[in-house]
Design a binder for this molecule. Structure first.
Ligand code: NAP
Ligand code: ZN
Length: 349
């Protein structure tokens, strides 16, 4: 075991503050990574404030991790010290169940999340990426293309895969009309991917001042969702809509925009349930579904796709000392479009 610096919250109402945590000594398949950048996902905020229930304190959030390998266990074949490497939302699963065998580790009953899951090595719960060093099994460590800006890579590990996976699953491809609801961390990645897949992308935003950015990011049209007339113009026209909104909102307004057999997939995870009107689904055989991050192989596929197409997140890099301020801004939708912590700032604490 060794100590490393981290930022943790002691309760649902405490700010994140500097602390020391323990990481395990390497076992045979382990990779130790010096964390260079870690993204701030809205899920970090939901978890720190216990909005979904089940948070164990202290919590060290962070599941958009990129860094350099510092040491490897005796059986590690994929990585060596000095390599770039990344970790997303999961650090382990049973690897034997049908979901794991199908490359869908995120749906395994025994998935260990990067933070706030039982830690079978050290007891207590796992601690995430708001820290200087992490140890994980190489099977949950991803290769990072070497042509990309590293701060912009970090958000790919959650915001990237969470939007890439449902777009792929629902066959979103050239000629399809695709909506993206909410232009935050997830939403802006969805726009980049849907654009790269050759679709007609329409962004729905509550923030009119994001219009120009949305077009620059790859949207073909932008609708300010509070304007009912603008919404009505798109009624019954979408093949697929990805909903990334982090707070309660009217899902029926979007269901009504789907064409026959169209689908809305929720990736946003509001604290409170959404109300679905049966007729929003019945009238055009529409469907509403959900999606959780993506499996390890698909995450690697997404990172390689980003390398080939030079795709990264648009980030505002902040020192760890500004993390609480960043959370407050996230709640006001004031982020363009992902906060990423420069983990070097933690070394001076
Ligand atoms: P984010 O950066 O805060 O973006 C959320 C966006 O939603 C905001 O920028 C805003 O966009 C819109 N929004 C916020 N409040 C709203 C409201 N009251 N009504 C309508 N729109 C509102 O958050 P994120 O990191 O992208 O995460 C989004 C959600 O996805 C969170 O709930 C997070 O926990 C969840 N998530 C799920 C998964 C998964 O595997 N399913 C993975 C990661 C995250 P505009 O300003 O454009 O309106
Ligand atoms: Zn996340």
């Amino acid at each position: 075991m060794y100590n490393t610096k981290a930022y943790a919250a002691a309760s649902a109402t405490s700010p994140l503050a500097s602390t020391q945590i323990k990481r395990r000594d390497l076992i045979e398949h382990d990779v130790q990574i010096e964390i260079l950048f870690c993204g701030i996902c809205h899920s970090d905020l939901h978890s720190v404030r216990n909005e979904w229930g089940g948070t164990v304190y202290p919590i060290v959030p962070g599941h958009e991790i990129v860094g350099r390998v510092t040491e490897v266990g005796s059986a590690v074949t994929k990585y060596k010290p000095g390599d770039l490497a990344a970790i997303g939302c999961m650090v382990d699963s049973d690897l034997t169940c049908p979901h794991c065998k199908a490359g869908l580790e995120q749906f395994c009953q025994n998935t260990i999340l990067t933070y706030n899951s039982p830690d079978k090595h050290l007891g207590g719960v796992t601690y995430g990426g708001y820290s200087n060093s992490i140890v994980a099994d190489e099977r949950f460590v991803l290769r990072v293309p070497d042509n990309l800006d590293l701060a912009g890579v970090a958000p790919l590990l959650c915001a990237g895969i969470t939007t890439y996976s449902p777009l792929r699953h629902w066959g979103v491809s050239e000629g399809k009309k695709v909506g993206v609801v909410g232009l935050g961390g997830l939403g802006h990645m969805a726009v980049k991917f849907a654009h790269a897949f050759g679709t007609h992308v329409v962004v729905f935003t509550t923030s009119p001042d994001k219009t120009e950015d949305a077009l620059r990011l790859g949207a073909d049209e932008v609708v300010v969702s509070r304007n009912a007339d603008e919404m009505q113009k798109h009624a019954g026209s979408f093949d697929f809509i990805l909903d990334t909104v982090s707070a309660k909102h009217d899902i029926n307004a979007y269901l009504n925009l789907l064409r026959l057999d169209g689908n809305i997939t929720l990736v946003g995870a509001p604290e409170k349930p959404l109300d679905v009107a049966a007729f929003s689904l019945i009238m055009a055989r529409r469907s509403l579904s959900g999606s959780s991050i993506g499996g390890i192989a698909e995450t690697q596929e997404m990172l390689d796709f980003c390398g080939e197409h030079s795709i990264t997140a648009d980030v505002e890099v902040v020192p760890i000392q500004k993390v609480n301020e960043a959370y407050d801004r996230l709640l006001k939708s004031d982020v363009k479009y992902r906060f990423v912590i420069d983990m070097a700032s933690l070394k001076s604490e």
